[in-house]
Design a protein around this ligand. Structure first.
Ligand SMILES: Nc1ncnc2c1ncn2[C@@H]1O[C@H](COP(=O)(O)OP(=O)(O)O)[C@@H](O)[C@H]1O
Ligand SMILES: [Mg+2]
Length: 222
């Protein structure tokens, strides 16, 4: 389902270049729950952003269900990403002026789905799935960090992606919210068969994952 081949990422900065990802090959089978662990600065977010179609590799390929995503045109990549990949970011990423249901509905609107009634029904269903049936109208500022993260997860699922990428989705949450968000992600992985790749700096959080990839200074530990 997901394959990376010879992936590299070099950032050019004022102070010179940084080789953040230095040749990575990995495979994740369909429906798996995989984890990517490693210390801060080891390159986890850089790798995930290339897999998610957000940051162009300096070299190498990302294959999702056989599609070489970085060989697509910009518009084809945007369409592919919107239809196939859900992304949960490390920090708050909701639009502050939109309420919960509008935030969740956004990916379908951006993908050009026209039937507003269907979109809102689907968004309401997803909010119920993540335990927020009573907060459809709430603005992000009226929700706790854990609740905001649930909305972000519901939004990532709006277009029914086959691949869900989550970059330290619980790192800024208290322990109880962390457990709840993890349970939610694993439940979605099992019930929907959505392939999940979770980035975390916590080996404990990755305990149930298979495979677990260990990031070490821009490469994977053997
Ligand atoms: N946009 C960027 N420009 C320059 N250097 C970056 C950029 N993003 C990340 N880096 C560097 O790349 C390395 C890996 O960062 P990152 O992928 O964020 O690691 P992690 O997510 O594991 O903490 C770090 O040395 C970081 O400073
Ligand atoms: Mg990171």
């Amino acid at each position: 389902m997901l394959a990376c081949r010879g992936l590299m990422k070099r950032y050019e900065t004022d102070r010179g270049s940084v080789d953040a990802i230095r040749g990575i090959d990995l495979d994740v089978g369909s429906g798996r729950y995989a984890a990517l662990v490693g210390r801060s600065g080891s390159g986890k977010s850089s790798l995930l952003a290339m897999i998610g179609g957000l940051s162009r590799p300096t070299a190498g390929q990302v294959l999702i269900d056989g599609t070489d995503i970085w060989a697509l045109s910009d518009s084809a990549l945007a369409a592919f990403r919107s239809a196939q990949v859900g992304y949960v970011f490390q920090f708050a990423s909701l639009l502050p002026s939109l309420n919960a249901i509008e935030n969740v509905a956004l990916p379908a609107r951006l993908a050009g789905v026209r039937r507003q009634g269907d979109i809102l029904d689907a968004a309401a269903g997803l909010l119920a799935d993540v335990g927020l049936d009573n907060h459809f109208d709430a603005l992000p500022s009226e929700l706790s960090s854990g609740e905001q993260r649930r909305v972000a997860i519901a939004r990532a699922l709006m277009n029914a992606p086959k691949l869900l990428l989550a970059d330290e989705p619980t790192s800024d949450l208290d322990e109880r919210s962390e457990r709840e968000i993890m349970a939610l992600l694993l439940d979605l992985n099992r019930r929907r068969g959505t392939t999940l790749l979770l980035v975390t700096h916590s080996l404990a959080l990755a305990a149930e994952a298979e495979p677990v990839f260990q990031m070490l200074d821009g490469t994977l530990a053997p």
